[in-house]
Design a protein around this ligand. Structure first.
Ligand code: ZN
Length: 238
C-alpha cells in the first residue's frame, strides 16, 4: 500500500470525528459525467452552455428547454453508488465519520446508506412548486414529458441550487459546523475551483487535512496529506 494511503488509514482508524467533503469526482466512477465537461456532441445538441441552462433566469424564461437538459444530462438511470459512497456510509455506521458534505445533486450518498449528508447544491430527487413551494415527488419531473406543473399553476422545479441562486444558509451553516470541528477532513473529487468549495476548507482548524484528487489543486501546499490517485481505489484501501 502507498505510504500516503497508509497514513490516511491510520488517521481514520484513530479518529471518531472524520468529515468528508466531496465534489463531482466522487460520482464519476458511478458513470455520472461532470456536466461542466462539455464535449463535441454537446455543441451539436444544445444551443447554450450548461451554466446558462442551469441558471435561475433561464429556468424562468424557458422551462421547457431546461427540462430537456435536466432529463437528459442530470438524470441518469441505473446509476449506483460506487466504492467511495459505500465506504463512507460504512465509516459513518462504524461511528468514525460525522458527516458528508457534497456538491453533488445525485443522491448517491443516501443511496449508499449515509445518514448525515449535507447537499450544498440540493438534490434532483426532490421537487417543489416555484410559486407556492408545495413539495412534489421527483418522478414526474425527472421522467415525465414537458414542463411539470403544480395544482396552483406554478412550474414545479427541482430542489437544486441553480446558477444565480444563493446556497441554502442552514445547510451551509451546518456544513461549516462539521468542518470547523472535524479532526480529520478528507476532501475528494473536487478541483477546489468552484465556489464555495475553497471557502469552506478555510473553516477547518485541525492538522489532518487530506486532499484526494487525480490532479493537483490550488490547495495542495496547504494540506497535511495529498494523495494524487483514483478516489475509488483509495477508498477501497482504507
Ligand atoms: Zn404551486
Amino acid at each position: 500500500m502507498d505510504e500516503n494511503i497508509r497514513t490516511l488509514k491510520k488517521w481514520i482508524d484513530e479518529s471518531d470525528n472524520v468529515v468528508f467533503f466531496g465534489g463531482a469526482g466522487v460520482s464519476t466512477e458511478s458513470g455520472i459525467p461532470d456536466f461542466r465537461s462539455v464535449d463535441g456532441l454537446y455543441n451539436q445538441k444544445w444551443k447554450y452552455p450548461p451554466e446558462t441552462i442551469l441558471s435561475h433566469s433561464f429556468f424562468e424564461r424557458d422551462p421547457e428547454e431546461y427540462y430537456h437538459f435536466h432529463r437528459e444530462k442530470l438524470v441518469i438511470d441505473g446509476v449506483k453508488p460506487n466504492r467511495t459512497h459505500m465506504r463512507l456510509a460504512q465509516l459513518e455506521q462504524e461511528g468514525k465519520l460525522r458527516a458528508v458534505v457534497t456538491q453533488n445533486i445525485d443522491g448517491l450518498h443516501q443511496a449508499a446508506g449515509s445518514k448525515t449528508v449535507l447537499e450544498l447544491h440540493g438534490s434532483i430527487w426532490r421537487a417543489y412548486c416555484s410559486k407556492c413551494r408545495r413539495p412534489y415527488p421527483a418522478e414526474q419531473m425527472n421522467h415525465g414529458e414537458g414542463v411539470p406543473r403544480c395544482v396552483c399553476g406554478g412550474v414545479i422545479r427541482p430542489d437544486i441550487v441553480l446558477y444565480e441562486e444563493p446556497l441554502d444558509q442552514n445547510i451551509l451553516s451546518e456544513a461549516i459546523h462539521y468542518i470547523r470541528h472535524a479532526e480529520v477532513l478528507i476532501v475528494g473529487g473536487t478541483s477546489l475551483n468552484v465556489y464555495p468549495a475553497a471557502g469552506l476548507i478555510n473553516y477547518y482548524r485541525g492538522n489532518k487535512l487530506v486532499l484526494v484528487n487525480r490532479s493537483a489543486t490550488p490547495y495542495d501546499s496547504y494540506a497535511d496529506l495529498v494523495i494524487h490517485d483514483n478516489l475509488g481505489k483509495v477508498f477501497s484501501e482504507i
